[in-house]
Design a protein around this ligand. Structure first.
Ligand SMILES: Cc1cc2nc3c(=O)[nH]c(=O)nc-3n(C[C@H](O)[C@H](O)[C@H](O)COP(=O)(O)OP(=O)(O)OC[C@H]3O[C@@H](n4cnc5c(N)ncnc54)[C@H](O)[C@@H]3O)c2cc1C
Length: 467
C-alpha cells in the first residue's frame, strides 16, 4: 500500500529539474502533457506502470461533449449550456456549478483539438441514448475502447517527443516553506528513489478506487465489491491533499456499474438496457428502474441474491452493442447466452421460466401502452424485444471514485483556507468531479469528461507558470 507524503524543505536539491512534472499517464496526464507541449514547454510525464494504461484503458473511451463538429455532421444540435443542465440534473444539483460550467464549455474544443492537432479519429455514438443525456454526445475512437484512446494519446505524446518516465511511482511531494511545490520523489522498482524538481506539478494520478482503506472510509457500500478500475490508483492525490490542507470535495461520490459480466469480468454496455432491455434477479423478477443509470445499478445489483442479476435483451440490441470491443469479447468468452424463446432462455440461464416470462410480458405490455412501470421506468420509447433473445449474467462493481481535490478555474488545487497552491494542478480522477456526493449523481462519461477538459486546462496553465 502506498505511503504518500508531503515534505517541507527550505532549500531542496534535486537530481533532475524539469519545467513541468505530470504524475500519471492516463487520459488526463497525457492530454495535460500534449497541452503543455502546445504552449512550448516540455513536460515530463511520470508513470508508475511499465506501460501507460490506467483506468482510461479499461473504459469504453467515450467522452461526452456538446457542440462539436462531429455532432453537427450527424445533424445533432447541442450546446454546453444544455450539457451543463444535464450534468447538474443527474447530480441532483449538488455538483460545483463553476466546475460544471468549466468542463462542459471546455470539453468540445479539447476533442476537436485532439482530432486536429493529433489526428485522433473521433466520431459520435449516434445510434443509442445514454441515460440522462438529452442529446447524443458521446465521442469515441473507432474501436470504442479506452485502450485505443490511451494508446493513441501515448503515440501522440511520443510524436511530440514528450518523455514518459515509466516504472516511477511518485510517493512524495516536496514543497518549500511558502507552500509552493518544488518537486517530487519517485520510487523505482529496484528500491532507489529519484528526486525530480519541477516549477509546476500536475496531479493526474486518478482517484482512490485502488485503496481499500479509503474506499471503506468513503464508499462503505462497495467496500467488498469488485473494483473494476486500475489497481495502481491508490489515492495519492487525496492523501497529499490532506497533508497540504487542500479542500476535498464530494468524497463519497463515485461511479459504480451494474452490468459487469460475471464471472468473465467484462463490461457489458448499458446500451443493452437503454435500447429496451431490462434486468432480473435470480428469481426472474425485475427489481428497479434500470433507466436511472448504470452507476447506481452497481449497488442495486449487489443487493440482489448472490449479488448478481441477468441483463435480458435481444439480437437487434446485441447488433448495436457489438460496436463495443468489450461486448465482442464478452460474446467470444461465452458470456452472452442466446435462445429462440423466452422459455429456452430461462432453461439456459436456469432462471424460473414462469417468472421470467411474467417479467418479459409485463415489460412488453408497458412498451405497447407507452407507460411508466411501478419502478418509475418510462417505456414510451422502448422498441419491442423479438426473438432470438439474449441474456448476460452480471454483477455490480466500483469503477472509480468521483470525489477529490477541489480546483479553481485554472485547475489549481484549492486550499481549505481559501488560497490555492499556485503551481499545483489537478485533472481527471485526481480532481473532484461533477457528480456530487452520490453514485446516482454520475452522468455517463463524467469520468473522461474531467480527464479531457481539465487535462487540457491543467497542461496549459502549468506551462504558463513554468514558462
Ligand atoms: C471499466 C470502466 C469503464 C469506464 N468507462 C468510461 C467511459 O466510457 N466514459 C467515461 O467518461 N469514463 C469511463 N470510465 C471512467 C474513466 O476511465 C476514468 O474516469 C478516467 O479514465 C480517468 O482518467 P485519469 O487519467 O484521471 O486516470 P487513469 O486513466 O487511471 O490514469 C492514472 C494513471 O496514473 C498512474 N498513477 C497513479 N498513481 C501514481 C503515482 N503515485 N505515481 C505515478 N503514477 C501513478 C496510474 O498508473 C495510471 O496510469 C470507466 C472506468 C472504468 C473502470
Amino acid at each position: 500500500m502506498t505511503e504518500a507524503r508531503v515534505v517541507t524543505e527550505a532549500d531542496p536539491a534535486f537530481e533532475t529539474e524539469v519545467p513541468v512534472a505530470i504524475i500519471g499517464a492516463g487520459a488526463a496526464g497525457l492530454i495535460a502533457a500534449l497541452s503543455c507541449r502546445a504552449e512550448g514547454i516540455e513536460p515530463l510525464v511520470i508513470e508508475r506502470d511499465p506501460v501507460p494504461r490506467g483506468s482510461t484503458s479499461l473504459s469504453a473511451g467515450l467522452i461526452p461533449a456538446a457542440g462539436t463538429r462531429f455532432q453537427r455532421e450527424r445533424g445533432i444540435a447541442d450546446d454546453a449550456a444544455t450539457f451543463a443542465v444535464d450534468i447538474q440534473r443527474k447530480a441532483h444539483g449538488q455538483a460545483d456549478p463553476a466546475l460544471v460550467a468549466l468542463v462542459s464549455r471546455n470539453v468540445a474544443p479539447a476533442i476537436e483539438w485532439l482530432a486536429d492537432a493529433h489526428a485522433l479519429p473521433f466520431s459520435v455514438v449516434h445510434d443509442f441514448d445514454y441515460p440522462g443525456h438529452s442529446n447524443r454526445r458521446m465521442h469515441g475512437l473507432p474501436s470504442r475502447s479506452g485502450a485505443e484512446l490511451v494508446d493513441r494519446l501515448r503515440q501522440a505524446a511520443e510524436q511530440a517527443e514528450i518523455p514518459i518516465l515509466t516504472e516511477a511511482h511518485v510517493t512524495t511531494l516536496v514543497r518549500d516553506p511558502s507552500g509552493a511545490i518544488r518537486g517530487l520523489v519517485a520510487e523505482r522498482p529496484d528500491g532507489s528513489a529519484e528526486r525530480i524538481g519541477a516549477r509546476a506539478v500536475v496531479l493526474a494520478c486518478c482517484g482512490y478506487g485502488g485503496n481499500k482503506a479509503l474506499v471503506r472510509k468513503y464508499i462503505p457500500d462497495l467496500a467488498d465489491a469488485l473494483y473494476f478500475g486500475h489497481p495502481g490508483n491508490e489515492g495519492e492525490a487525496v492523501l497529499w491533499g490532506e497533508q497540504l490542507g487542500a479542500t476535498l470535495r464530494d468524497m463519497t461520490g463515485h461511479q459504480g456499474h451494474g452490468s459487469v459480466a460475471h464471472p468473465q469480468g467484462i463490461l457489458v454496455s448499458w446500451a443493452v438496457i437503454m435500447e429496451g432491455g431490462f434486468q432480473v434477479n435470480l428469481d426472474g423478477d425485475r427489481f428497479w428502474n434500470e433507466s436511472s443509470g448504470y452507476s447506481e445499478a452497481g449497488v442495486a445489483v449487489l443487493r440482489q441474491r448472490e449479488g448478481v442479476a441477468w441483463d435480458i435483451f435481444d439480437a437487434r440490441i446485441a447488433g448495436i452493442t457489438r460496436q463495443f470491443e468489450d461486448f465482442r469479447q464478452a460474446e467470444a468468452q461465452g458470456a452472452v447466452i442466446t435462445a429462440p424463446t423466452i422459455e429456452e432462455l430461462a432453461a439456459r440461464t436456469k432462471l424460473p421460466a414462469d417468472r421470467l416470462r411474467a417479467s418479459f410480458d409485463a415489460v412488453e405490455r408497458q412498451k405497447r401502452a407507452g407507460t411508466r412501470d411501478t419502478f418509475g421506468r418510462d417505456w414510451s420509447r422502448g422498441a419491442p424485444l423479438t426473438a432470438p433473445f439474449c441474456a448476460v449474467r452480471v454483477t455490480g462493481a466500483l469503477f472509480h471514485s468521483q470525489g477529490g481535490l477541489a480546483i479553481d478555474g485554472r485547475a489549481r488545487v484549492r486550499l481549505a483556507d481559501g488560497w490555492v497552491v499556485p503551481n499545483l494542478f489537478a485533472a481527471g480522477g485526481a480532481a473532484c468531479g461533477v457528480s456530487g456526493p452520490e453514485a446516482s449523481g454520475y452522468l455517463s462519461g463524467n469520468g473522461l469528461l474531467t480527464a479531457v477538459a481539465l487535462g487540457r486546462i491543467a497542461g496549459r496553465e502549468a506551462a504558463k507558470v513554468a514558462g
